[in-house]
Design a protein around this ligand. Structure first.
Ligand code: PLP
Length: 395
């Protein structure tokens, strides 16, 4: 099968070194070899999270996708208390849905998809309710918006609430300062900006908060954070059989990031996003969000009226390029282009050239149709873009 270029916010094209690491060797997860592997991954995760006081934090790893880490947090940290979910998109809604299953006293502050969380509304809510835990998504992947952490972390602190964050699609590309922002637990996944295969997720948390979890009644067997923490602390193991090959791959992906340097890695991904965005603007496309509100990972683009999402996706697929269509209220209105994983500037140029050809063909089609019965469609690109326009911006 021909190599596909995954311009998605995960899964990603993994590095060859990660592909090789997954088949490293067969070990038993109840032997010292796995204990060492898990300890090494934990330390590397804390470095990826740029934790300064490493002795005060732990990282547990779950065999399960990002949702497993989110469900572990939501089922383990609330006890009989009250949790407030902040939502401005699909993944905020999912946190809410998961919390409702485990926590009777689940509150929701819902903002429109693609719009900022309103801090004044949040402050007023916190002043009039007794909230023990605030949960939110860092990078809301359904819109591409990077939600602010500092103000909400400060508000949580003021109200003595625990602050927990879904970092599934941001970790590895956008900075997450748990210490400054008062974040007790943050989830993430192996398969997105971290650059490994799908199947592992992790929770980084403050040791003092992990210690408190034992006082809560367990709500799940498999995803109980207190059990993961006890196994980590006492044996450097996981409670149940882990997907060991995935751990090898994750360790290699973390090595790759740390070798490059965490901040250099973030800067490289951001530069890639800027190149991609500049190229799409040259093609006459418009974005859902202002660029300062976007993550470094993903760009959500208005569909031109000359093309529907399924056709665009299908045509790009013919060039082995994979993108996402919009979800929920954005379905049929936007498409999404990621720029994480092993994508080079040459790959991005190839994407832009392919997109240019598809848009020009659609424009030409629409022009022909407008001569007969369909009115000319003006939303999105309205002039043909020549190849040299894109050549000029290539790094
Ligand atoms: C912000 C966010 N949270 C949670 C998830 C769910 O992760 P998974 O599909 O790995 O379970 C995703 C997946 O895209 C996500 O983007």
């Amino acid at each position: 099968m021909k190599k596909q270029l995954l311009f998605t916010p995960g899964p990603v094209n993994v590095a060859d070194s990660v592909r090789q690491a997954i088949a490293k060797t067969d070990i038993c997860h109840r032997e010292i070899d796995f204990n060492n592997l898990l300890a090494s991954i934990e330390s590397k995760l804390l470095s990826l999270f740029q934790i300064k006081q490493k002795a005060d934090y732990n990282a547990i790893v779950i065999t399960g996708s990002g949702t497993a880490a989110n469900e572990a947090i939501l089922s383990s940290v609330v006890g009989d208390g009250e949790i407030l979910i902040l939502s401005n998109g699909e993944f905020g809604e999912r946190l809410h849905k998961t919390s409702l299953i485990h926590n009777q006293k689940t509150h929701l502050l819902e903002f429109p998809w693609g719009q900022a969380l309103d801090l004044k509304t949040l402050e007023a809510y916190m002043n009039t309710h007794s909230i023990n835990v605030i949960a939110m998504v860092h990078h809301e992947t359904s819109s591409g918006m990077l939600n602010p952490l500092a103000e909400i972390g400060a508000l949580a602190k003021k109200h003595s609430a625990i602050f927990v964050v879904d970092g599934v699609s941001s970790i590895g590309a956008d900075a997450m300062d748990m210490e400054t922002n008062n974040i007790a637990f943050c989830s993430s996944s192996s398969s997105k900006a971290v650059g490994s295969y799908a199947g592992l997720s992790f929770v980084v948390g403050r040791k003092a908060e992990f210690e408190k979890l034992r006082t809560h009644r367990a709500k799940t067997t498999y995803l109980n954070l207190a059990t993961f923490y006890d196994f980590l602390k006492n044996q450097s193991q996981t409670p149940n059989t882990p997907g060991v090959p995935l751990f090898y791959a994750l360790e290699k992906a973390l090595d790759n990031i740390l070798q490059e340097g965490v901040t250099s890695r973030f800067a490289k991904i951001k530069r890639r996003a800027e190149f991609l965005r500049l190229g799409m603007k040259k093609l006459g496309l418009n974005f859902l969000l202002a660029e300062q509100d976007m993550s470094s990972i993903l760009t959500t683009v208005h569909l031109p009226l000359t093309l529907n999402a399924a056709t665009l996706r299908q045509k790009l697929r013919q060039s082995s390029i994979i993108i996402y269509e919009g979800k929920g209220c954005f379905a049929g209105k936007v498409f999404q282009v990621g720029n994480i994983g092993e994508l080079s500037n040459v790959d991005i140029k190839f994407f832009l050239d392919s997109l240019r050809a598809i848009l020009n063909a659609a424009l030409s089609d629409a022009g022909h149709r407008s001569e007969t019965s369909v009115p000319f469609l003006s939303h999105g690109p309205s002039v043909y873009v020549e190849q040299d326009v894109l050549d000029a911006i290539a790094p």
